[in-house]
Ligand binder design. Structure first.
Ligand code: FAD
Length: 385
């Protein structure tokens, strides 16, 4: 059988693409290395803007709804912002991803679990894909197998984008603290260079961790230990600790297509370099890929180029703006944090960006303010952005 589209990976990007294509009547196959339910190191923060991309009931995967964000700097000082709108929903990735995969299956996609991608050959408008010891054929191949997946390398599209390290620790939430963390995300903006520490509430658990968006970051274990100690969680039982890279995007247009093939989500390096949010961009890139494929059903050769153009305009342009912002913020985190403290309105604006009501361009003014403050306090640096 020849498929219209073969997808490697059933994470948020692969499952979303399969769902939209199968629903439109295309023959879709997903080859997934693992078996569901499978884990993915992730805070599981599904922002409000991401929720607007989900057009089926997914509330069963939600463990908490966040309307309060508490920011501090190395445990000191702090700004707490409360919003009427939910900033984010908290989900456990094993449940959330299984639900997305189930939606794709119900729409008619075939998912083969335990089928790790081995080889992709592209010739004369045909993708011949080997996985789990078998070979399949399709008109388009979509690589959605994440930052550690094989697609990008096999297609010769591997871009060593700035990949930052992270360490996630899942903790048993002490009953005395359950109420304290309910409905609230805590971020420590000075927990490590070019990144932050987080505490996300889950049902009976806390997802904690630290992430840096610079590949130079070192000593993550120690930074995580210090962060948890500052938050009074040093004696809490650790359920699991996992390290995982985060492939941040923006800054330059990277090639994420070749004839008959596309890359999506983390495999394409589409993660926000300021917040580390990737689920939104995984789902968004899948929807753009579905748009390109469905709009050019009779002329599939055009699909990869059209998809690249859509991603450049609707994702990379925004991530490039975010990267500039991140550069200012993370180069001078203490000063940037003071600015937020003195102007809680800025924190409110940052939240609107995170939950998806505003545009990152709104923060340009705030970034200029940071530069002015730094220039007047140090009289040295001149930054351009
Ligand atoms: C510690 C941490 C915390 C994070 N927290 C958040 C957060 O709170 N909110 C947020 O929005 N983003 C967060 N992210 C980013 C987010 O996890 C990713 O951006 C998102 O999972 C990308 O989705 P994806 O579908 O592109 O890839 P993935 O979710 O990585 O899915 C890839 C799929 O491909 C499969 N696969 C891998 N290799 C192969 C192969 N060879 N063959 C076949 N299948 C394969 C995998 O098993 C997996 O199912 C976090 C990331 C990290 C590391």
């Amino acid at each position: 059988m020849k498929y219209d589209v073969i997808i490697s990976g059933a994470g948020p990007s692969g499952a979303t693409l399969a769902y939209h294509l199968a629903r439109a009547g295309l023959e879709v196959l997903i080859l997934e290395k693992q078996f569901f339910p499978r884990d993915k190191p992730c805070g599981g923060g599904i922002t409000y803007k991401t929720s607007r991309l989900l057009d089926f009931p997914w509330e069963n995967a939600v463990e908490d709804t966040v309307r309060t964000m508490a920011f501090n700097f190395r445990g000191q000082r702090g700004v707490t912002v409360r919003t009427a709108m939910p900033v984010a929903y908290m989900a456990t990735r094993s449940k959330f991803d299984e639900l997305l995969a189930q939606q794709a299956r119900s729409a008619g996609a075939r998912i083969i679990e335990g089928a790790a991608l081995e080889e992709v050959k592209l010739k004369d408008g045909l993708a011949t894909v080997s996985a789990g010891g078998k070979t399949y054929q399709g008109r388009i191949f979509a690589g959605a197998d994440g930052v550690n997946g094989k697609s990008a390398r096999l297609l010769g599209l591997y871009n060593p984008v700035a990949t930052g390290p992270s360490l996630e620790a899942e903790l048993e939430c002490p009953p005395r603290l359950t109420g304290h963390f309910r409905g609230m995300i805590k971020l420590d903006c000075g927990a490590l260079p070019w990144g932050y520490g987080w505490i996300f509430p889950k049902e009976n658990r806390l997802s904690t961790g630290i992430a840096s968006f610079s590949r130079k970051a070192k000593g993550l274990k120690q930074s995580l230990k210090e962060f948890l100690t500052r938050e009074g969680l040093e004696n809490t039982r650790i359920i699991s600790v996992k390290g995982f890279p985060i492939p941040v995007g923006g800054g330059k247009k990277t090639k994420i297509h070749c004839p008959s093939a596309l890359l999506l989500g983390d495999a394409a390096g589409l993660v926000d370099p300021f917040s580390g949010e990737g689920i939104y961009y995984a789902i968004k890139s899948a929807r753009l890929a579905a748009e390109a494929i469905l709009d050019h059903k009779s002329d599939p050769e055009r699909v990869p180029g059209v998809y690249q153009d859509l991603v450049d305009r609707r994702i990379t342009a925004e991530l490039t703006m975010v990267r500039r912002m991140a550069k200012v913020f993370y180069s001078f985190p203490r000063t940037a944090f003071s600015l937020i403290e003195k102007n809680p309105e800025t924190a409110g604006r940052m939240l609107r960006l995170i939950y998806g009501e505003g545009k990152y361009s709104e923060l340009k003014g705030a970034a200029r303010e940071v530069i002015r403050m730094i220039a007047s306090s140090k009289k040295t640096t001149r930054l351009r952005f």
